[in-house]
Write a protein that binds this ligand. Structure first.
Ligand SMILES: Cc1cc2nc3c(=O)[nH]c(=O)nc-3n(C[C@H](O)[C@H](O)[C@H](O)COP(=O)(O)OP(=O)(O)OC[C@H]3O[C@@H](n4cnc5c(N)ncnc54)[C@H](O)[C@@H]3O)c2cc1C
Length: 415
């Protein structure tokens, strides 16, 4: 009888990976590109600049100010976005693939309001699936339900039992769009990550994803839900989702994140006087996240898990658990993922050590992706200090290359 992952006889010693190896992390950047990245992270390190810049960018997007577009394009956009179109992303996808890093395509539409916009997003998601199906480097396409449905409708469904006839019709259209995307992905051998969003629409999203998983995850994991572990209730929701999926006979897709809407969530709860849905502190969030990760890896036969994080400790938790459980680094039910332009020290060092790792590569027109860009800048500067972490790594690589140039200059002059 062959041993399955999880059998202790398959346990191995986890590889020692140096996540501070910036030479591997930034090998894909030329000296000029590294200098530009360093300049940008230095700018973003200023909370005042980010605080003032965010409303300015939203204003520019609202009025489509042409002169602002090239400025954003050459700065934040180039750093965090793969391109304006699928074809425009091809160069970045190739670059990642050369270092064994996969791509998750993420069309940047969100906060749309009209049926025409929603249909456009659906068509773009389907095009992305076709594009992914032609490449061995793009296993997943990510979608956002607020690009396919009206926020107000998602909120109404969550908070009322009775919908009007028009709302029911609108919801049916949403279901059809989401189903068309998942059906297409199932046919083409691609998977779909459904992003998690604000807690006051997330129940509606969870229900939609549930229906899709039940329909398409019978043979392989086509559809993944996203679990935001900063929420107090998500650990329980994850284990309940697992139990239900087992009862109903399909595989669970779980993308784990900490959560991107921390301040907004806390603010709304305080304003409206309901209990804060977010864990009280970062330590508790980390604990929930790592517990969820271990739970998924312990049930790897039935759960496909994506560890979508820039947290080195959470990456190490997965490496150790996989070794202990004898789960091979390329197991198709495992994936690490970081956002394009961030935490290259994790992505490229994991890839070098043989793990399945993917960059989340957002794409879209400059003004379309502005909310995404603002989230990247804001979340990182104000709450987590991610940008300082990024900056420290970029500075380290900058100094390493400078020292190397000096050494080779000295060697030449001595010769
Ligand atoms: C590939 C990928 C996909 C993503 N998809 C989504 C998505 O679909 N939906 C979504 O919401 N987010 C998504 N995110 C963003 C994610 O939720 C985090 O905001 C971001 O990755 C930072 O968390 P971290 O795990 O990388 O690490 P860390 O830097 O260790 O954690 C930072 C996070 O911890 C939490 N936190 C920080 N301080 C506190 C505190 N005082 N109290 C409580 N919590 C705190 C916040 O969630 C904060 O973002 C995604 C991230 C990645 C890498």
């Amino acid at each position: 009888m062959t041993a399955l992952p999880g059998d202790p006889s398959l346990a191995y010693t986890p590889p020692a990976i140096d996540f501070l190896n910036t030479e591997i992390a930034f090998a894909h950047l030329s000296d000029a590109e590294l200098r530009k990245t360093r300049w940008l992270f230095r700018l973003m390190n200023s909370p005042t600049l980010v605080r003032l810049g965010a409303p300015l960018m939203l204003w520019a997007a609202q009025y489509r100010l042409k002169w602002v577009e090239p400025i954003i394009r050459r700065t934040l956009f180039d750093q965090f976005v793969g391109g304006t179109t699928l074809l425009d992303c091809a160069r970045n996808i190739e670059r990642l693939a050369r270092q064994d890093v996969l791509t998750i395509l993420d069309y940047g539409a969100e906060g749309k309001e009209t049926e025409a916009d929603f249909n456009r997003t659906m068509n773009e998601n389907i095009r992305a699936i076709d594009f992914a199906a032609q490449s061995s480097h793009i296993p997943v396409v990510s979608i956002k339900i607020t690009g396919l449905a009206r926020f107000g409708l998602l909120e109404r469904i969550q908070h009322t039992r009775v919908l009007t006839r028009d709302e029911l019709n609108e919801y049916r259209n949403v279901l059809k769009r989401v189903d068309a995307i998942c059906y297409h992905a199932a046919q083409k051998g691609v998977s779909v990550f459904v992003d998690a969003e604000e807690s006051w629409i997330q129940d509606t999203i969870d229900h939609l994803v549930w229906l899709m998983m039940k329909r398409y995850n019978r043979q392989r994991v086509v559809v993944y839900n996203t679990f935001q572990m900063y929420r107090t209730d998500r650990l329980q929701f994850l284990t309940e989702s697992y139990d239900r999926s087992r009862r109903e006979g399909f595989l669970l897709g779980a993308k784990l994140v900490r959560g991107a809407y921390l301040e907004k969530e806390r603010q709304r709860a305080a304003q409206m006087g309901y209990p804060d849905p977010i864990n009280p502190n970062k330590e508790t969030v980390d604990d929930h996240y790592n517990t969820a990760l271990r739970f998924c890896l312990d049930h790897i036969e039935h759960i496909a898990v994506c560890n979508a994080s820039h947290n080195t400790q959470s990456v190490s938790v997965q490496i150790e658990r996989m070794a202990r459980k004898g789960i091979p680094p390329q197991h198709p039910h495992t994936l690490f993922s970081q956002l394009f332009g961030m935490s290259d020290n994790l992505t490229f060092n994991l890839a070098r050590a043989g793990y399945r790792v993917a960059k989340y590569v957002p794409y879209g027109q400059v003004f379309e992706v502005i909310p995404y860009l603002i989230r990247r800048a804001q979340e990182n500067t104000s709450v987590t200090g991610d940008i300082s972490r990024e900056l420290a790594l970029v500075e380290k690589e900058y100094r390493r290359r400078k020292a190397r140039r000096l050494r080779s200059g000295n060697a030449e002059s001595q010769a």
